[in-house]
Write a protein that binds this ligand. Structure first.
Ligand code: SF4
Length: 705
């Protein structure tokens, strides 16, 4: 059933936010040959280890192929009837806001759009959030505070054209490998200098011209010190600041209170004065600087301030919207950007609109929505806390594995048991999230990469196609089609009568242009009438792409922003402080992150022996001095614990982590290892602005196991 004729199909890698173009050639027997797409502007034919192993991950082993209700296989008719009937009953008894959706940066834009529309326009619940909350919502919030819009100003070509690239909280060499190759190429071609800011000396740090191994959570001190230095040395572009920004004096005053000098910056960050001075000189003396920031900055209880501290330095120097210059958010997931575009986050409505009354009314009219929401819903951490409190009665999880990846994952697993309705749309039969049960549990088989059809948007605002090259296995269906069928059963069939993914994309594009007039950044009205054949054939394209006007690789080149007065905002950031201090009982700072060859909870990459060989067992990195003090040797098993849970991990001794720090990867689950879910250990204090939880600094204990 999974066999398709051997024709090469152009598609997009489903892993990281680089969004590489892939050529997939099915072998006619369920397998597929994979190559990089030389015509795709994200990768020009290159693929990293994960992308090139995609062919090893498309087998049907472990797939969810049929609908199930309460553990028993059933028909689509019965499963969807159960979902729709239960949703209706729960909405009547407890109100629509007792229903929540937890979506995923793995969903295609079309799936995301339809889920968001059903929840926010027709069911009338605002509680729609996504695993992108864990990925880059602090970058979204920082963009909005500074620019008045969630806009990534630059493009990948800026990495080719920069003279200095500053990487903040990013193991780019492992997590965005093809972009890292571009940076290394730039170094070879034009002598680009790489500065890496990270408490952990990763593979990326090893390649740096200047590695700044600062203390966890002190990034805002570093960039506050830089802002002070720029002002003190005449490196501020006073004309740009006067003409295009506001709030500079307040931001500078706050920065001077945090890090008034090189010496104070060094003291606040744990760096040497020489390294701080070298960084400041390099940044201030170079016009073409890109500062790329990723999860190390975002996954923090002060993540939004970290983003704004970085953006402040670019605004102060006018280095934004120009070739080779700008702040650049490196997105983790393949379609985190598409999720932002449709409004998949709880604090957005749709098409980069929020909850101003005219925006709510505009979306209501466009959708002809009977139950449009009027305000923000709960963000991921609060949403799952509401499940635990019994406030949320029905939860529909699509394409993500929160029982592994969310902070306090054990508590989340426990809370699921109290749900009146628990729906999981999944490609995988045995994920930890699919194993969990509520009072009524429905598993819905979804199409996987290679089978589904739609679009994704990468970190540089480039919309690419994921195309099907394998036949749908078993009874698996597209997520959007599943949602539309539930909508139909709830009496909203006319608004969800989509013949195909292209029709959904056209509606999404039309909404982006609806009463826009250049007032909103996200405008792809130029694609609102795209015929099916063109949708099938011509993407990738970068947005904005308005009906009248051209696509733009860079925004803000004219110094106009999407605030009411057109000026960018400096933000006065808070002094850095970890949300939780270490204690005698939990003396280590636990940092979490990825490894090179696995993706998220390993439901796909775990199928590849080649990828699994890179880091074969769940591990914890510890400094050799700390290990010696505790009597732990390389390869020993160690128990890492916090008040929220514990995991047994293999000790890896490395001076790449600071003394007093630990690093562990969140990839392993109960489905792939025993007692190794790192998400269970993490407290996850949310950033007050973005709601993104702190995943990088949880106080923890380590003992020999
Ligand atoms: Fe896929 Fe990212 Fe690797 Fe490109 S860099 S092949 S998008 S995992």
């Amino acid at each position: 059933a999974h066999v398709q004729a051997p024709t090469t199909v152009k598609t997009t890698c489903p892993y990281c936010g680089v969004g590489c173009g892939v050529l997939a050639t099915p072998d006619g027997q369920g397998g597929v040959a994979i190559a990089g797409d030389t015509g795709h502007p994200a990768n020009f034919g290159r693929l990293c280890s994960k992308g090139s192993a995609l062919g090893e991950t498309v087998s049907l082993d472990g797939r969810l192929l049929h609908p199930h209700v309460d553990g028993a296989r059933t028909s689509w008719e019965a499963a969807l009837g159960t979902v729709a009937g239960s949703l209706r009953k729960i909405a009547e008894q407890h109100g629509p806001d007792s229903i929540a959706f937890y979506l995923s940066g793995q969903l295609l834009t079309e799936d995301y759009y339809v889920a968001n529309k059903l929840a926010k326009g027709f069911l009338g619940t605002p509680h729609v959030d996504t695993n992108s909350r864990l990925c880059m919502s602090s970058a979204v919030a920082a963009h909005r505070r500074a620019f008045g819009s969630d806009t990534v100003p630059g493009c990948y070509e800026d990495l080719d054209e920069a003279d200095v690239i500053v990487l903040v909280g990013s193991n780019t060499a492992w997590c965005h490998p093809i972009l890292f190759r571009r940076m290394i190429d730039a170094r070879q071609k034009r002598g680009t200098k790489l500065v890496v800011v990270d408490p952990r000396r990763t593979q990326t740090g090893e390649e740096a011209d200047l590695f700044l191994g600062l203390e966890p959570g002190t990034d805002t001190a570093l960039f506050s010190g830089l802002l002070v230095h720029l002002a003190a040395t005449g490196a501020v572009d006073a004309r740009y600041v006067a003409d295009h920004t506001s709030g500079f004096d307040g931001a500078l005053e706050r920065a001077a209170a945090i890090a008034p000098s090189v010496a104070a910056t060094a003291a606040a960050t744990g760096l040497s004065e020489a390294d701080v001075a070298a960084f400041f000189a390099l940044f201030s003396g170079t016009e073409r600087v890109v500062t790329a920031f990723s999860q190390g900055a975002n996954q923090s209880a002060q993540g939004t301030d970290k983003g704004n501290a970085i953006i402040n330095c670019h605004l102060a120097t006018g280095r934004i919207g120009r070739p080779g210059a700008g702040p650049f958010s490196l997105t983790g997931q393949p379609n985190a950007m598409g999720g932002r575009e449709v409004g998949g986050l709880a604090n957005m409505l749709a098409a980069h609109m929020h909850f101003a009354p005219e925006e709510v009314d505009r979306v209501r009219r466009f959708w002809k929505a009977p139950n449009i929401i009027t305000g923000e819903g709960m963000k991921a951490v609060a949403l799952f806390e509401a499940v635990a409190r019994g406030k949320i009665k029905a939860l529909w999880v699509m394409g993500t594995n929160p029982i592994v990846s969310m902070p306090r994952a054990d508590a989340i697993r426990e809370s699921i048991k109290g749900l009146d309705l628990y729906v999981v749309s999944e490609a995988v039969a045995d994920s930890d999230t699919a194993r969990a049960t509520g009072k009524k549990t429905v598993l819905l088989p979804a199409l996987a990469w290679g089978e589904k059809d739609g679009t994704v948007t990468n970190s540089e605002r480039r919309i690419s196609r994921q195309r099907a090259f394998l036949k749908p296995p078993g009874e698996a269906r597209a997520d959007w089609a599943i949602i539309a069928d539930v909508a139909k059963r709830l009496g909203h069939g006319a608004a969800f009568a989509y013949p195909n993914a292209a029709a959904i994309f056209r509606e999404h594009a039309a909404l982006s242009a609806y009463e826009n007039n250049g007032t909103r950044d996200f405008d792809i009205g130029g694609l609102a009438d795209i015929p099916d054949a063109t949708y099938a054939g011509t993407l990738p394209l970068q947005w904005p792409l308005p009906k009248r006007g051209k696509a733009k690789a860079r925004l803000f080149a004219d110094g106009r922003f999407y605030t009411f007065d057109g000026r960018a905002r400096f933000v006065a950031v808070q002094a850095p402080a970890l949300a939780q201090a270490v204690t005698e009982a939990e003396p280590f700072v636990l940092n979490t992150g990825r490894v090179r060859d696995h993706w998220h909870t390993m439901t796909r990459t775990g199928k590849s022996q080649r990828l699994s060989a890179h880091r074969a067992v769940p591990f914890v990195e510890i400094h050799p001095d700390d290990a010696a003090r505790l009597g732990v040797q390389e390869g020993d098993l160690a128990r890492v614990s916090t008040p929220h849970g514990s995991a047994i991990l293999e000790a890896m001794l490395t001076d790449g982590v600071r003394r007093g720090n630990l690093f562990a990867s969140f990839h392993w689950s109960d489905a792939t290892a025993s007692d190794a879910r790192v998400g269970a250990l993490v407290r996850g204090v949310p950033d007050p602005v973005s709601g993104q939880p702190e995943l990088k600094a949880t106080p923890a204990a380590l003992t020999p196991a």
